[in-house]
Design a binder for this molecule. Structure first.
Ligand code: ISL
Length: 568
């Protein structure tokens, strides 16, 4: 039996504070808003809340541009509000995981301000960031930023460029400098002393840059080299994480998750190894990249639907590769991804509810720690914005300008369609609490428009309906807490399922018990026969009654039985 680690049978709820609940009616969510909604999160059965960044910020990238790691964004509240949130969460048995954004800081951070102010050799802050001389009067290499344009910005005063894999207001910290690492570890220990319960580490796979910062391959039609690929899993990343582990993580019984862009299964075995020398688990990106354009300048911008064949192949690969060696995070969406039901399910009035439940069950019975993004438990859908001016996210707006106006790779209508399918703002619209003005999020006009469908899709109506998506999630969480097979069972596909274009069917096995999950991924009936023993327990289903061999549109069922024989 594997050693029990508390975060393995826990469920995480992700709160994007700016869009969760506004308590002071400025149209922006805040810490007091979260405090007021802790009972709701508790009711769902959650163990851990992951808070997106709540620190002082220049507000260029939703708080991922931190100007002071040790103070709270005044729009969200202050340190005593944070302490109250932490204390009240703990009283309810909820843990709080913070976001750690240390691949880069904001340009307004004191370290960068000191770094840029003085380029003489005796300014030790200069080396906190990555400065290089021009090459042939140009940027030091061909890297592009994740948010369009070059990954380098020129500083007139010193005649040097600084590196920023994201916006120019997000300069990359130089992890090769030991003083930088120690300053970060000190800051983490300072948060530890406040009593937090862990960190989600933003793009932690990108912190160690390749030696010599060489040019990166340029995808067809692209203006720049792919810096993400060039920096992912760099030469010292595991060394630096082991150092962090020794100096910070080991001292605390925390949950840690690395957001690891570009991670492969063999790299994940290192980041999330079960010996605990680095992090507890990783967020991998493959299953949310299958419906993009690989090796193309268009990148993620598309409205393609992934096929069940591709999606399953990928999820199964991760389930099997990490088993017994490392630990998966399970997620369909987050603040960077479109809404799960719109992307992987079917958000039509007819199928939204069943398909949201199907996706939930399919993911929650897999091995790993599930993450629920705020509103997912209500079946919230994509924003459906029609105009560019409705968008707020810099990634979306910059991509529109670069792809439509600069590179002329797309016409405006296509790009608007792709934004509706993939923009990060799809998941950032305010939480839909009830059917009152602004969905109960705020009395003021929210910073980003509320989805038009809030009158029918909201928490108040979900809580009134015993068959709602909310209660379906509640049941899944309760099952994870009470059935160890969901945490530890060995994952396998049902024999022959790898060729099934309509149904995803897998088992988890543990000590003579079998859990069988079957899910119809289509909007029509399909006929399948599975060998289900008569004494089996139907743990959960998303239709009121069962028709033995017929799986109705998006139907999902999970059975538990005592049997070690093969399911066919
Ligand atoms: O969002 C993405 C694709 O749409 C990713 O490329 C994303 O930028 C990448 O996953 C890193 O995300 C994290 O770091 C970013 C921040 O903007 C994201 O919100 C954060 O989750 C920079 O800090």
């Amino acid at each position: 039996m594997t050693k029990e680690l508390w975060w393995q049978n826990s469920v995480v709820y992700q709160v994007y504070p700016k869009s969760f609940q506004d308590s002071d009616n400025d149209g922006i969510g805040d810490l007091r808003g979260i405090i007021n909604r802790l009972d709701y999160i508790k009711k769902l059965g959650i163990d851990i809340i992951w808070l997106n960044p709540i620190y002082k910020t220049s507000n260029i990238d939703g708080g991922y541009d931190i100007s002071d790691y040790q103070s709270i964004n005044p729009t969200f509240g202050n340190m005593s509000d944070f302490q109250e949130l932490l204390d009240k969460a703990h009283q309810l048995g909820l843990k709080i995981m913070m976001d750690l954004v240390v691949n880069h800081s904001s340009f307004e951070h004191e370290w960068f301000q000191k770094s840029i102010a003085d380029y003489s050799k005796n300014n030790h802050y200069r080396d906190y960031y990555i400065w290089r001389d021009p090459v042939d009067n140009h940027e030091p290499n061909n890297w592009g930023s994740f948010f369009s344009g070059p990954a380098w910005t020129y500083d007139e005063d010193s005649g040097q460029y600084y590196l920023h894999l994201f916006a120019k207001e997000q300069p990359d910290l130089n992890w090769d400098n030991q003083e930088v690492r120690h300053s970060i570890f000190d800051m983490m220990n300072w948060w530890a002393s406040k009593g937090i319960d862990g960190f989600r580490m933003d793009v932690i796979s990108l912190i160690s840059k390749p030696t010599g910062l060489p040019n990166a391959p340029v995808e067809e039609d692209s203006l720049y080299g792919n810096a993400g690929d060039a920096c992912a899993n760099g030469p010292h990343v595991h060394e630096y994480l082991r150092e962090m582990n020794e100096q910070v993580l080991q001292k605390h019984d925390w949950i840690t998750v690395g957001e690891t862009a570009g991670v492969t299964t063999s790299e994940a075995e290192k980041y999330a190894n079960l010996n605990g020398t680095e992090l507890n688990m990783v967020f991998q990106f493959e299953h949310v990249s299958l419906d993009g354009n690989s090796n193309s300048a268009l990148g993620k911008w598309s409205d393609k639907k992934v096929s069940l064949m591709d999606l399953r192949e990928n999820l199964v690969k991760w389930q099997k590769a990490l088993a017994g060696k490392a630990w998966n995070s399970l997620y369909w969406n987050n603040h960077d991804q479109p809404r799960a039901v719109s992307r992987f399910g079917n958000d039509s009035v007819e199928y939204r509810e069943v398909s949201a439940k199907m996706l939930a069950a399919l993911l929650h019975f897999m091995q790993g720690t599930p993450y629920i993004y705020q509103g997912e438990e209500l079946g919230m859908t994509n924003a459906n914005f029609q105009k560019l001016s409705q968008y707020s996210d810099l990634e979306s707006i910059n991509a529109y300008h670069e792809l439509v106006e600069q590179a002329h790779l797309l016409n405006s209508d296509d790009m608007m369609r792709y934004l509706r399918a993939r923009s990060r703002d799809n998941s950032r619209t305010p939480m839909q609490w009830d059917n009152t003005n602004h969905a109960g999020f705020s009395d003021a006009e929210p910073w980003l428009a509320v989805n038009n469908n809030y009158q029918s899709i909201n928490a108040a109506s979900e809580l009134k309906n015993p068959n709602s998506i909310f209660y379906f999630y509640q049941k899944l969480i309760e099952l994870r807490h009470t059935k160890p097979i969901i945490t530890h069972g060995i994952f396998d596909l049902v024999e022959g399922n790898e060729n099934d274009e309509e149904v995803f069917a897998y088992t988890r096995k543990s000590e003579g018990e079998t859990l069988l999950v079957v899910a119809n991924f289509t909007s029509h009936d399909v006929n399948r026969q599975y060998n289900i023993p008569t004494n089996s327990e139907l743990l959960i289903q998303n239709y009121k009654s069962i028709q033995d061999d017929i799986l109705r549109p998006y139907e999902v069922r999970a059975y538990l039985f005592l049997d070690t024989s093969k399911i066919t």
